[in-house]
Design a protein around this ligand. Structure first.
Ligand code: NAP
Length: 234
């Protein structure tokens, strides 16, 4: 799909990758960019239309959809990161990850699927992670939720195909945003990632692997799991 002339809605657009998406969409000539956030007063990007949307709140999703009937590109970007492990973390945190990444993405997409259909099909871009395919105790709840969101993305691609809505998944390792501010070591620039993901949408790609971490882990899935988790056999 062409970004120029598209009407996009980005969740979690007030900071991090979502803000870079909103800026890149404007740069590529989107006709309108709805910058959705839990707190729309925190939107500081000129040129966008601020919108209140909490992906875990069905009423707020319905209210947002009611005033955005022209959307042709939905970017499911909003994300949480509690750092909860599955045995030591609180169930509240573990549920929050599922509520945000899985049920949130699902609820927003269900609400906007008819909107996209009425507007000719359009596209959905789901922000996933290298952690859809790899896990560790300190990111276990997040990874499980991103794995669920990966499966959801593949299923929705099939379910939305008849209405000509294309679905692109973005996988990426650590990016230089608030979410990864505790991480030392190399992080990719979220502006670069937003650009690669939008290239993928424009090319109609099923998947965008935005960095080496994603490409290596994706390739590693084809081998024995000891390749991805050497500690299990050492
Ligand atoms: N950073 C990384 O290393 C990395 C790597 C791979 C994938 N990702 C994914 O990239 C996406 C963007 O993350 P980021 O790196 O930009 O993180 P970030 O800087 O922490 O931003 C997260 C965004 O999600 C919003 N959000 C959280 N819960 C929400 C909810 N219930 N409803 C609506 N918005 C909500 C936040 O809004 P508030 O300001 O209101 O909190 C914020 O705008 C996420 O899906 C994340 O999982 C990140």
């Amino acid at each position: 799909m062409e970004i120029a002339g598209a009407v996009a809605l980005v969740t979690g657009a007030n900071r991090g990758l979502g803000r870079r998406f909103a800026a890149a969409l404007l740069e590529r000539g989107a006709a309108k960019v709805y910058a959705a956030a839990r707190n729309p007063e925190s939107i500081d990007l000129p040129g966008v239309v601020p919108l209140r949307l909490d992906v875990t709140d069905p009423a707020s999703i319905r209210d947002a959809a009611a005033v955005t009937s022209d959307v042709t590109l939905l970017v499911n970007n909003a994300g949480s990161s509690t750092g909860a492990s599955l045995l030591g973390g609180s169930l509240e945190d573990i549920r929050l990850e599922m509520d945000t990444h899985y049920f949130g993405t699902l609820a927003v997409t269900r609400e906007f699927a008819p909107v996209l259909e009425r507007n000719g099909g359009g596209a959905v871009l789901n922000v996933l992670s290298v952690l859809s395919w790899f896990t560790a105790p300190q990111v276990a709840a997040y990874s499980a939720a991103k794995s669920a969101a990966w499966s959801l993305t593949n299923a929705l691609r099939l379910e939305l195909a008849p209405q000509k809505t294309q679905v692109t998944a973005l996988h990426v390792g650590y990016m230089d945003t608030d979410m990864a501010k505790h991480v030392e070591g190399p992080k990719v620039d979220p502006a670069v990632v937003a650009g690669l993901a939008l290239d993928g949408v424009e090319e109609g790609r099923f998947e965008v692997l935005a960095d080496d971490a994603s490409r290596n882990v994706r390739a590693g899935l084809a081998g024995d799991l000891s390749g991805l988790y050497p500690a299990l056999v050492s």
